[in-house]
Design a protein around this ligand. Structure first.
Ligand SMILES: [Zn+2]
Length: 278
């Protein structure tokens, strides 16, 4: 499931690929993914629109189209790919595999841009689109803090995290903090030296400060690394973050050599180092 670092990685690569382009053609291949309009109305509204910016709000991408915004929520999974214009005469070597002639399998929406390139959205799992007026509030957007925002101070973070439940559940609660899911919560807790099953109410002042600092540091590093290794940006480039605990049950801790423990916590997979985390 894409989390903040992956959505931000997608946003950065999209920004390079599509800002300044105009949408020339729209193919809605799975109308159910469009929340706000019929397939025809959606296509009509997008056709001819210039993409002036690409923003991120939590785990959603906002394509700014002048006075309208195309909102894409990743939800469980989704792949966005930018394909350069198909080479004339097949001379172009790299990066244009597949071209833009036919709709790729699993595609829900394909936008053809004025430079001949295409933007395809495929393999969507519960992902959805909506077209809003600029400045309108997205009903799907939770009232949660942005962990990397300059306004998210230690105090703001501590208040948002709250005192209820386990620390892993609190950190990945989308109504409290936007964009942190099961994977990055575990990586953050490893770096902060905290076991995922600790009660959120039981952290000392020092532990809370470490959690705040590591949350921002891990997310920033993850964005710089292009996200987790299974994620690909819109050019197909994989994430390069080296996971410390997530998915590594039974393997040696990269810091101390102890065996990483796996299990389940609140119905989700959980991972921690019994020596590095307390
Ligand atoms: Zn360790």
């Amino acid at each position: 499931m894409p989390e903040l670092p992956e959505v931000e990685t997608a946003r950065r690569s999209l920004h390079r690929a599509v800002v300044g382009r105009t949408i020339a053609r729209v193919a809605v291949l799975r109308p159910a993914a469009v929340r706000s309009h019929t397939a025809d109305g959606f296509a009509r509204a997008l056709r001819g629109a210039a993409i002036t910016d690409v923003l991120r709000r939590g785990k959603a991408l906002w394509f700014v189209l002048g006075r309208r915004v195309l909102v894409f929520h990743y939800m469980l999974w989704g792949v966005i790919r930018h394909r350069p214009a198909a080479a004339k005469g097949g001379a172009r070597a790299a990066g244009s595999r597949g071209g833009n002639a036919a709709a790729p399998p699993g595609a829900s929406l394909v936008l053809s841009l004025d430079d001949g390139s295409t933007l395809e959205f495929r393999d969507l799992q519960l992902s959805r689109f909506a077209l809003l007026r600029a400045g309108a509030k997205d009903a799907d957007q939770p009232e949660a803090i942005e962990p990397l925002a300059p306004t998210t101070t230690l105090q703001v973070f501590r208040r948002a995290l709250g005192q209820t439940g386990r620390i892993k559940a609190a950190l990945s609660d989308q109504d409290r903090i936007a964009g942190i899911g099961n994977l990055w919560a575990h990586e953050i807790l490893f770096e902060a030296g905290l076991r995922p099953d600790r009660p959120a109410s039981g952290l000392s002042v020092t532990e809370m400060r470490a959690l705040y600092r590591k949350t921002r540091q891990v997310l920033r590093n993850a964005v710089e690394a292009g996200g987790e290794p299974d994620f690909q940006d819109v050019f197909g480039q994989r994430g390069r973050y080296r996971l410390m605990v997530y998915g590594r049950a039974g393997q040696a801790c990269r810091v101390c050599g102890a065996r990483i423990r796996g299990g389940r916590l609140g119905g989700r997979p959980t991972f921690f180092c019994p020596a590095c985390q307390r």
